[in-house]
Design a protein around this ligand. Sequence first.
Ligand code: HAM
Length: 439
Amino acid sequence: MINKIKGTYDILPDETNKWQNLEEVIRNVSKLFNFKEIRTPIFEYSELFHRGVGETTDIVKKETYDFKDRGGRSVTLRPEGTASVVRSAIENKLYASANQPVKLYYHGPMFRYERPQKGRYRQFRQFGAEALGSNSPLIDAEIINYASTVLEALRIKDITVKVNSLGGSESKETYKQKLKEYLKPNITKLCSDCQRRYEENPLRVLDCKVDKGNPILVKAPKPLDYLTDEDRYHFDQVIEALDAIGLNYVVDNSLVRGLDYYTHTVFEIDANLESLGAQKTLVGGGRYNNLVKSLDGPDVPSVGFAFGMERLLIALESVNKIEPKPFIHCFMIALGDSVKNDSLRIVNDLRHGGLVCDYDFFNKNLKGKFKQSDRLNPMFNLIYGSEEKEKGVINVKVVKTGEQKQVPLKDLYQFLVNSIRNITTNSCAGNCSSCDECD
Ligand code: HAM
């Protein structure tokens, strides 16, 4: 037997519903913020991520899936979405659009060779958003608000929004120097990777997974103390906007994020949930004012975020115990061979009217058909045999109440639509997430 690759997983039919619901929330919230979906390839030339994400990051150093294609080109399975979106924006000149900033969102699989554990996979999904073309602190706040609104829509409430600023190139450079001076006498006490990071980019020492919590790193200088006046002003404006929106946040002055492209605002949102284990960060993001230019595009300041969708689902499951059920309007119970084709046609007509219908394809006995219906839990069982065919009627059973009625076949569709309207206004079919039962 050939098994799945370590760190990957299958989404089985019983679970796809959860993913579709999550994707629907993402789409709806993105519409509210007027972001449009972009879809880019899952592999790109390796150089894009090496230059975009940064040669000194753990992602590029240790985690990318790099390979040569049959033409000998170096390609990489995307480890994140930002570099690809920026590449596409440059290639398609999206930055020249009349509508600025260009507001894009995406979701799909990403690949990182990490040590798999709950909430951390080698193939995982991200939902991300990028706003290209504005340096306004208001859009930094808007991006943080957009991410928080997704969590609000999913009713994940126990969260901590952490914000910080790294400043622009000048502030970052001053900070890096200070950090280097501070780390110098202690660097041999840190892990071997950190000793390399110290030389290449001391900022990366701060997000070391091995030395996390080490007092040397906890006491390290903080980027906020080295911001230029202009960069400090930008950050203050972001904070003012968050206050105006009424969004709860904490300034976490040790937050630096693990990708090289960040400048100015950085943020993460953690969910305070046991079920997530050590992987509590649902979303990370920030401003990246130099990335577009460094990938040979124009000078386009930008800001964005990305959620880990598996972590969102783990969080969702622990706060929202009632899982939405797969939804079926009608299950057809055809009594005997003589009506098998007629009942298939009835089902097909109902589907054309927008009703979700299923059918017993195994020609089970009556008990077997009702058992299958129990498992599918439709709103109605439609019972149809030769006697009904002769009279031009069909039996409709409302599964929840057991009520049964004989309906002329020609009125079936309207009867079902009216009944659905009654049922959904008086109670719910178990997937509305707003009635008392589902709440
Ligand atoms: P990131 O922090 O590398 O940022 O990833 C964002 C989120 O993806 C994390 O907070 C986490 O929820 C999820 N994630 C990362 N790695 C894994 C994994 N191995 N398994 C499961 N989930 C994972 C970025 O990717 C940036 N591109 C975000 C961004 C967009 N910044 C600006 N725009």
